[in-house]
Design a protein around this ligand. Structure first.
Ligand code: SF4
Ligand code: SF4
Length: 372
């Protein structure tokens, strides 16, 4: 975790500047070594020219000048890029930088992860068989669990990221309690299906009937339980406002937010194409984004996206709810608090690690099992 005073000041300055993007998600590669059932990315066999290291750095400079604050690297699996170490080092000088992994690469790339502000490991169930079924790869659960606890013990700011779906809705509260008890924060995603559209930036979601949340009442109960847990404990990185918005959507089918795609947030694909979100068509290249940002074309697109009701991905809802300057400052303060919480947890984890260093790996595993 790298957070110098200079970076904090610069982040607050950028957050306080109106009309600039807060959050950018960069799908930095389409390569993936997993076969998740609800994902379209690994099914895409089309060869593309992904940006090289220098081009990515150039893109990062453009994002910084544009005033972006937060950057998430995902894919595919971004850790499959050979230059990810260099990219993370460069990005985390300027942005609150998060990187996703499915748990398969984190231990091989542990030194690269030390350069990010947060590492998020995706895991969907505490049940090994269930998780491996969702991920389409045997051993996925073990990889993720090992990665989460090893990174945590190593003092890397790691969180676990489950996708809430009908498949795991009944265990999501136990799952959350399990990790927050160990001081590992939880970031939720929500299963959503991309209705296919020609020319969308990136086809991520895949329709899987057993994942689609049909039991809306159960989902509302889960929202209430998350709220209750969140009020009692730290370590649940979803805001109360976001949970209430989701709850309202599932209870009444009503959207109480206006989409801020291409305003508060946007996406970049592995070729450097920019779109408001991954379901919309590319509308610029990262290399001419500065000129496009205040253009008439973008103004019209923003108006169109504000009326769009096509998806309810959790991250898009969140960044739409928190898109004005005051809300940006609020997220940044929350993130600072989260970082402090993580640092405290990591210090505690380190003491536990030293205390346990004479124990064998198996003994440590047993301790975790019995603490459940
Ligand atoms: S969801 Fe992520 S880890 Fe799974 S196949 Fe898709 S890109 Fe890979
Ligand atoms: S609602 Fe917003 S994020 Fe979702 S598809 Fe429409 S423009 Fe994209």
């Amino acid at each position: 975790m790298q957070i110098s005073l200079k970076k904090v000041i610069s982040l607050f300055e950028r957050s306080a500047t109106p009309h600039r993007p807060y959050h950018v998600q960069w799908f930095i590669t389409q390569k993936c070594n997993y076969r998740c059932k609800g994902c379209n990315v690994w099914r895409n066999k089309q060869k593309i020219n992904e940006l090289n290291t220098e081009e990515v750095k150039e893109g990062l400079d453009i994002l910084r000048k544009l005033g972006a604050v937060e950057l998430v690297f995902s894919g595919g699996n971004p850790l499959l890029r050979k230059d990810i170490d260099e990219i993370l080092e460069y990005a985390s000088r300027y942005f609150i930088t998060t990187i996703y992994d499915n748990g398969s690469m984190a231990l091989q790339k542990i030194d690269a992860l030390r350069k990010a502000d947060f590492a998020a490991i995706s895991l969907d169930s505490l049940d090994e068989n269930k998780n491996d079924y969702v991920k389409g790869v045997p051993g996925a659960w073990k990889n993720a669990m090992n990665a989460i606890f090893r990174l945590h013990d190593e003092g890397i700011a790691v969180g676990v990221s489950p996708t809430i779906s009908q498949f795991n809705i009944d265990e999501i509260i136990d799952f959350t309690k399990y990790f927050i008890n160990f001081g590992v924060p939880v970031w939720y995603c929500l299963y959503w299906y991309d209705q296919p559209k020609k020319d969308q930036l990136f086809k991520i979601g895949k329709k899987v009937d057993e994942f689609e949340i049909v039991d809306k009442g159960r989902f509302v109960e889960v929202c209430d339980s998350i709220l209750e847990l969140k009020r009692k404990h730290g370590g649940i990185f979803i805001t109360e406002r976001t949970i209430q918005t989701l709850k309202h959507l599932f209870l009444y089918g009503e959207r109480t937010w206006t989409c801020q795609a291409l305003q508060g947030f946007f996406m970049i694909d592995p070729q450097g194409r920019v779109a408001g979100c991954h379901l919309q068509e590319p509308v610029a290249s990262i290399f001419n984004l500065k000129e496009s940002w205040n253009s008439e074309k973008f103004r019209k697109l923003r108006g169109k996206y504000e009326k769009c009701t096509r998806c309810a991905y959790l991250c898009y809802i969140f960044y739409s709810l928190y898109s004005d300057v005051l809300s940006n400052m609020e997220i940044l303060f929350t993130q600072q608090r989260n970082m402090k919480l993580l640092i405290d947890n990591l210090r505690n984890a380190r003491s536990r690690h030293y205390a346990a260093s004479s124990r064998s790996e198996n003994e440590t595993k047993i301790i975790r099992e019995t603490s459940r």
